[in-house]
Design a protein around this ligand. Structure first.
Ligand SMILES: [Zn+2]
Length: 115
């Protein structure tokens, strides 16, 4: 098995559902990233890795376009709109650009925006 993406559990479910729709069998495995945020890996068999990567690129572009349409980012703890972008989760390790991590300037909570 190879990991094609590490995402929040919510995004991992969406990606897994998309891949299955495309006829690509996959598994998800729960993990925790270095910020202590719950994450999930999406894995596929080695022989379908390339087609899974192509499908993930398509899914990622769709998710990114949808994400850009949603303008407000708010802290899940204090609902403050004063949040700053920190980085993309595991950007180097995965195909996806969608998983941005933010920090609340008011209560310092680190979070990945939920859909
Ligand atoms: Zn906050």
């Amino acid at each position: 098995m190879k990991t094609i993406a590490t995402l929040t559990p919510e995004y991992a479910q969406l990606l897994a559902a998309f891949l299955v729709e495309q006829g690509i069998a996959c598994e998800t495995r729960n993990t925790t990233d270095e910020n202590g945020i719950d994450a999930a890996e999406v894995l596929v068999q080695d022989d379908i890795y390339e087609s899974a990567c192509k499908a993930t690129e398509i899914w990622d572009a769709e998710m990114l376009a949808e994400d850009e349409r949603r303008t407000s980012r708010r802290c899940p703890t204090c609902n403050s709109p004063h949040v700053e972008y920190i980085k993309d989760i595991d950007y180097e390790k995965t195909m996806t650009k969608i998983m941005a991590i933010y920090r609340c300037k008011d209560c310092n909570r680190v979070f990945a925006p939920k859909r």
